[in-house]
Design a protein around this ligand. Structure first.
Ligand code: SF4
Length: 244
């Protein structure tokens, strides 16, 4: 079994360019054949994640699926997880933070998302994800270029150095990088895939309830996250800066 460290960065760049015109299922099959269960789909149940899971399940590619349950998700999101498990016939692993929301309030600060949202995201999202990535070689994401200016340069394959101390790289696979929001939602409706009812109430990118607002038309997809803060990412895609 190869590891992400043994992959040659120039080969990854050329394969990534080839995948620009391939269907997502082709990339998912490639990842599964190369890494087996050490490749996994990470999703917060946004549109692109739903399409990715559908592409894998309908093509018979048994990639594991995981999500991060911060303890601060909307009730609608938790219900959606159950509906998706039933719809796809899969089990979705929930990664949870070390501290419960109550422990965090007691040991660090109440409402940490107001006083220090970066620390809150680190404790509740980044750290559980880092632990999971330590057991994986490929992380399949729902990143899309048209989600925000910060995501506009997303490549289909990226080597991501997530643990400098151990020099561990992981391959990020972004099969829907080139898809538009319209394409994603046409696909979801065409295939009758369950989705978060908050979408129909103006929420375009849905995370924890203290940090998510509906957006107005014409705004970036992620404009409703961390309103009032100079923050557009929780850190799970940026915690070590540059991709390789
Ligand atoms: S999105 Fe908000 S509530 Fe959720 S982990 Fe980040 S700061 Fe905390």
């Amino acid at each position: 079994m190869p590891t992400a460290l043994t992959l040659n960065p120039s080969e990854i760049r050329s394969l990534s360019a080839e995948f620009e015109s391939a269907p997502p299922a082709e990339m998912l099959r490639w990842a599964f054949e190369l890494f087996g269960n050490e490749a996994a789909i990470g999703t917060s149940f946004q549109g692109a994640g739903l399409v990715t899971i559908h592409q894998a399940v309908t093509a018979g590619i048994p990639l594991p699926v995981f999500t991060i349950d911060t303890g601060l998700l909307f009730e609608e999101t938790l219900e959606l997880k159950t509906r998706l498990e039933r719809f796809f016939g899969i089990v979705i692993e929930s990664l949870v933070p070390e501290l419960s929301v109550e422990q965090q309030a007691h040991e660090i600060a109440p409402d940490l998302w107001i006083s220090n949202p970066d620390l809150c995201c680190t404790l509740r999202k980044v750290e559980p994800l880092q632990k999971k990535l330590g057991r994986l070689e490929a992380w399949i994401t729902g990143l899309r270029r048209d989600q925000s200016a910060g995501r506009s340069k997303t490549q289909i394959l990226e080597l991501y150095q997530f643990d400098r101390l151990r020099e561990k790289n992981i391959l990020k696979v972004n099969p829907l990088a080139r898809w538009s929001r319209v394409e994603v939602w046409d696909y979801i409706r065409l295939h009758g895939i369950p989705y978060n009812p908050l979408v129909d109430r103006g929420f375009r990118s849905i995370g924890c309830y203290p940090c998510t607002r509906a957006v107005i038309s014409g705004q970036d997809e992620r404009a409703g996250r961390w309103t009032g803060f100079d923050k557009t990412e929780c850190g799970i895609h940026t915690f070590l800066g540059e991709n390789i």
